[in-house]
Design a protein around this ligand. Structure first.
Ligand SMILES: Cc1cc2nc3c(=O)[nH]c(=O)nc-3n(C[C@H](O)[C@H](O)[C@H](O)COP(=O)(O)OP(=O)(O)OC[C@H]3O[C@@H](n4cnc5c(N)ncnc54)[C@H](O)[C@@H]3O)c2cc1C
Length: 380
């Protein structure tokens, strides 16, 4: 067993760290305040190969492994979790979904642009009445011979107002339940496709979250992904990999908050000494570091499972469940270590605390991760 990163992995991590420090950090507070979507930064991340990290170079991707993906995600998330969720959705939901299940024509037409950052992707599963219970899809896609007609509403869609390509899950045959669901590629600007107002959120405020409306949207038959009725499996398998991305986002938020708290505790003095010399603070740092390392091993194990071709449903659920818990608990501790300064924006930890919460909710809530883990345990 080798716990060391390869030279190549260290280089990749350092490139992401440099980018986060020089490009993401300067405007992060303003983007959070104004809910500003960083269009120009997405293009820069595309130029660095961050938008198609695991995609085969023949489709414009970087051809890296899942370990590289989580290293990049952690570094971006330490500074700006709004930017990293765009990376995560584009990579592990949209690019992965198209590369694994799409036709050669779909890959040539869409994946080549998504993997380079020329296009941005969105993944549309959630609905007002179908969140955790994703089989209750109300959006319909009726087979009209050479095309499908899509009607319905999707909500909470990340990159919703900025994407060029939307992977939309819809019910084609209600009688068949989850086997009657399909996934479709919808392009920005298709007739009948409307983007609702941007959500005003607690955290990841720089990311772009919208409700989408589909009114008789005519989607050509060749835009269906995979065999008829395979859409639910497509969504579940894709989300399983997406959880590795969100777990590494949570890891980055937690480690970013820890690094800030450690630094602050070595500078701030109270009762004649740096606060890190008070055992109550030192023990918080010890707990933070230990649990962040434990989260890192779970995240790395899930990524390693994916790279090895192992089933990663359980390891990705465990990584997301634990890393998101650590992110939530230890960002609160990082604010506490900063005292009053933790409560204001310029010290960054209050933003990390707000950003941490979403990692326990999207791509399957913590309760849903426990269902995935426990069902597997009982079945095996
Ligand atoms: C900022 C943001 C971005 C998002 N981005 C996307 C996106 O890009 N694409 C997309 O498709 N969706 C996206 N989502 C939606 C997200 O995945 C859902 O919010 C999430 O899956 C939970 O669904 P829900 O909100 O309907 O909650 P519900 O399913 O209504 O759950 C409410 C509560 O009940 C619990 N619960 C539900 N069922 C069970 C059960 N069987 N056992 C125990 N507890 C249960 C849940 O854990 C939760 O605590 C996003 C959400 C947010 C807030």
């Amino acid at each position: 067993m080798d716990f060391n990163l390869s030279e190549e992995h260290i280089m990749i991590r350092n490139a992401a760290r440099d980018f986060a420090q020089t490009e993401l950090l300067p405007g992060v507070i303003e983007r959070d305040n104004k809910q500003k979507f960083p269009n120009e930064l997405v293009k820069k991340m595309g130029a660095l190969g961050f938008m198609g990290i695991m995609v085969d170079p023949k489709y414009g991707g970087s051809g890296m492994d899942a370990i590289s993906y989580v290293l990049i995600m952690e570094e971006l998330s330490k500074i700006d979790a709004s930017a990293s969720v765009m990376v995560s959705v584009n990579n592990s939901l949209v690019c992965y979904g198209l590369e694994t299940y799409g036709s050669e024509e779909q890959k040539q037409k869409y994946l080549t642009k998504l993997a380079t950052g020329e296009f941005l992707g969105a993944f549309c599963l959630s609905e007002p009445e179908a969140g955790s219970d994703a089989t209750s899809q109300k959006t319909t896609a009726i087979d009209k011979g050479d095309h499908y007609l899509i009607n319905g509403t999707k909500n909470w869609i990340t990159n919703g107002g900025s994407a060029d390509v939307y992977l939309v899950i819809a019910q084609t045959d209600k009688e068949k339940g989850s086997h009657g669901i399909n996934a479709f590629i919808v392009e920005k600007g298709m007739k009948g496709f409307h983007v609702g107002p941007k959500e005003d959120k607690l955290g990841i405020r720089g990311s772009d979250t919208h409700t989408l409306q589909f009114n008789d949207v005519k989607v050509p038959k060749e835009n269906r992904i995979g065999a008829n009725g395979s859409g639910f499996r497509f969504a579940m398998k894709t989300l399983s990999g997406g959880r590795i991305g969100i777990a590494s986002q949570a890891l980055g938020i937690a480690s970013g908050a820890y690094e800030l708290a450690l630094k602050y505790s070595k500078e701030r003095k109270a009762f004649g000494t740096e606060i890190c010399n008070h055992q109550a603070i030192a023990f918080k740092l010890a707990d933070m570091y230990t649990e962040i390392e434990a989260a890192r091993y779970l995240v790395m194990k899930a990524a390693w499972d994916k790279d090895q071709g192992n089933n990663y449903d359980r390891s990705s659920a465990m990584a997301k469940l634990y890393a998101s818990k650590v992110a939530m608990e230890h960002t609160v501790e990082a604010v506490q270590i900063h005292g009053g300064n933790g409560f204001v924006k310029e010290y960054h930890v209050e933003r990390l605390m707000r950003d941490a919460k979403i990692t326990q909710i999207y791509e399957g809530t913590s309760e849903i991760q426990k269902i995935v883990i426990s069902r597997g345990l009982i079945r095996d």
